[in-house]
Design a protein around this ligand. Sequence first.
Ligand SMILES: NC(=O)c1ccc[n+]([C@@H]2O[C@H](COP(=O)([O-])OP(=O)(O)OC[C@H]3O[C@@H](n4cnc5c(N)ncnc54)[C@H](OP(=O)(O)O)[C@@H]3O)[C@@H](O)[C@H]2O)c1
Length: 253
Amino acid sequence: MIFDRIVRSRRDLFLLFAACGVAGLGAGSWPATVLAQAAGGSPLKIGMIGAGREGGALGTLFVKAGHPVMFSSRHPEDLKGLVEGLGPLAHAGTVAEAVEFADVVMIVVPYTAMEQIGKEYGNALAKKALVIDVSNPVARRDGDDIVKWVEQQGGAGLATAKLLPGARIVRAFNAISYAKLAGDAHRQGELVAVPIAGDDPSAVAAASSLIREIGFEPVVVGGLAMGKYLVPGTPLGGEHTAAEIRQLVASLH
Ligand SMILES: NC(=O)c1ccc[n+]([C@@H]2O[C@H](COP(=O)([O-])OP(=O)(O)OC[C@H]3O[C@@H](n4cnc5c(N)ncnc54)[C@H](OP(=O)(O)O)[C@@H]3O)[C@@H](O)[C@H]2O)c1
């Protein structure tokens, strides 16, 4: 995969940053600035929409990697224990505050919430350099209708793109259990790989860099149309090495 090949190292990320300049996304543009920060290893402000089991575990890994994180809830007072335990880089706020705070937003909510999030925060999310979508449509939780609607859109990647028009979306971490994240991060030997899908090269590059920082190996499996495989219950679900994911992806075509 082309993106996968071009963002294997920080140096590659700088080259992509330079390429963004050529493409008119250079100096001063928001995605290019965030890409440069990611390339230089500078902290990025991460806003978590959804700080439950999966969002809480992922946000914790980003705090441990040195990034300021705002965990959000419709009841931010409930997040006091989580953020106090994580130290000064962790903050709690409303969803609106997390969106305002963030360079990069992670959406980790039941899929039923995605439409409302798009309506309320879609304009702001379209201005972010990267929106990582971890959310899955799950029939037993979200209902059959939403699962059917997502299928009609061509899968979760394209469905999220429809609900968040203009956002630079990358799907990631969709089928790695919250209970495994802390133990899998920085695994000894071969890293656990995270299949990712996105249409925007700068967003894919920034996501890849962030995923490496928290101790996983990103593997770009394609554009958002491949998001249909980035849900639990497909061959790409669960924990695999990068080589296994590449082999599985080849078998899907
Ligand atoms: N659990 C896993 O192992 C896992 C793994 C991969 C992917 N996922 C996916 O990640 C998503 C979250 O799963 P989870 O297990 O973390 O769920 P969870 O523990 O129930 O947490 C859900 C979070 O979503 C927030 N939320 C719900 N509706 C919202 C809305 N309308 N606006 C803003 N925030 C809202 C909740 O915040 P409030 O405090 O405001 O209620 C809560 O923080 C799901 O789509 C799931 O399929 C889960």
